[in-house]
Design a binder for this molecule. Structure first.
Ligand code: MTE
Length: 332
């Protein structure tokens, strides 16, 4: 009897890749490749090119690795939330997978492929406290969040200090609504935010002792109360994937991306300006205010242009990331 030897390419019909899946992957691959040249040109030659090349996964790989822990049915049913018509990108929306494959989340990795390192992270159950100089300090869990705040979707531009940018639909609610509940005292002048610090789930914490964990950020109270400052629980019409800061993060679209702190466990009202992660580590490169400004170069690169994740399209950078109408008066 002749044994049947199956060669690697003898794949049964039912395991062939569907044409629609092939086409979507091919489109995504081409989009990613197009971004390489531009990324290299703007973000530091070979280093920029390699960092983009290093994370060109398939959409399926990105989805599987960064998958969120499913929410209870009633909470999941709140997605997608109605879009707030006041906000438009003015550019094409960034491909969901391109955004999810190129993230900054140093607790997990200093590279961009956070989706590969978040497997152990447990974003539910979750709670965060709001304390400090306020009349009604309290702790919120995810049930409180989904019950007390009505969700909306906002199409925001995001500009990283490293010159990459994206256009992303966040789901959430204005931070102002959270702060109104705790009633800030008149002496409160700043708001500090703190990210979770879980050594068993965040592999880079232990490997990076020179960093001053936990990751912290801060705003003036006026900035925190601004209409644009957003608490996000979701993105692209679904709950946040882990690498985007599940289950709850802050989004501040007129400031460089490092202000948009992820996976928060504490919000504190203070009188003094809080110490923040990057500003404490490298103050001459990362200032506390961090408003997007093309006229002020980073000490090592220009901030005059930005390149979009996914498409690689290049745009001139605009002061306050184009949100001057909302925030210009804060700095007048
Ligand atoms: N929050 C925490 N806790 N840790 C981080 O490393 N990176 C910041 C910000 N929030 C960061 C963080 C930076 S530098 C950017 S540009 C944005 O997250 C990126 O958000 P995204 O990865 O969801 O695109």
């Amino acid at each position: 009897m002749t044994p049947i030897v199956r060669r690697p390419w003898d794949i049964p019909q039912h395991r062939h890749t569907a044409e629609s899946v092939y086409r979507r992957r091919e489109l995504y691959r081409r989009e990613f490749l197009k971004s390489l040249g531009r990324a290299a040109a703007i973000s530091g030659g070979a280093a920029g090119l390699l960092s983009v090349l290093g994370c060109m996964p398939s959409p399926e790989e990105v989805d599987a690795a960064g998958a969120v822990v499913p929410l209870p049915e009633a909470q999941a049913a709140l997605y997608p939330a109605p879009r707030d018509p006041r906000f438009e990108y003015g550019r094409p929306e960034t491909d969901r997978h391109a955004a999810a494959a190129y993230t900054n989340f140093y607790e997990f990795t200093p590279e961009k492929d956070g989706y590969r390192h978040v497997g152990l992270f447990q974003p539910t159950p979750w709670s965060f406290e709001v304390t400090g100089l306020c009349a009604q300090p309290r702790t919120f869990d995810l049930d409180d969040v989904y019950r007390q705040f009505s969700l909306e979707e906002r199409a925001y531009r995001h500009r990283c200090v490293e010159t990459w940018a994206m256009c992303v639909p966040w789901t959430g609610f204005p931070l102002r609504k959270l702060l109104e509940i705790v009633e800030p005292l008149p002496v409160a002048r700043y708001v500090e935010f703190v990210t979770a610090q879980r050594h068993a789930e965040m592999p880079h914490l232990a490997r990076s002792r020179r960093y001053l964990w936990p990751y912290t950020e801060g705003l003036t109270l006026a900035e925190a109360l601004n209409e644009l400052t957003f608490v996000a629980t979701g993105v692209y019409g679904a709950p946040l994937p882990k690498q985007h800061g599940a289950p709850i993060r802050i989004v501040i679209p007129w400031k460089y991306g490092y202000k948009s702190i992820k996976s928060i466990v504490a919000v504190r009202l203070t009188e003094e300006q809080p110490k923040t992660f990057w500003n404490t580590l490298i103050p001459h490169e990362y200032d506390f205010t961090a408003n997007v400004d093309p006229q002020v170069p980073h000490p090592r690169w220009s901030q005059s242009r930005e390149w979009m994740l996914g498409s690689g399209a290049v745009y001139p950078t605009v002061v306050y990331n184009g949100y001057g109408e909302y925030v210009g008066s804060l700095y007048a």
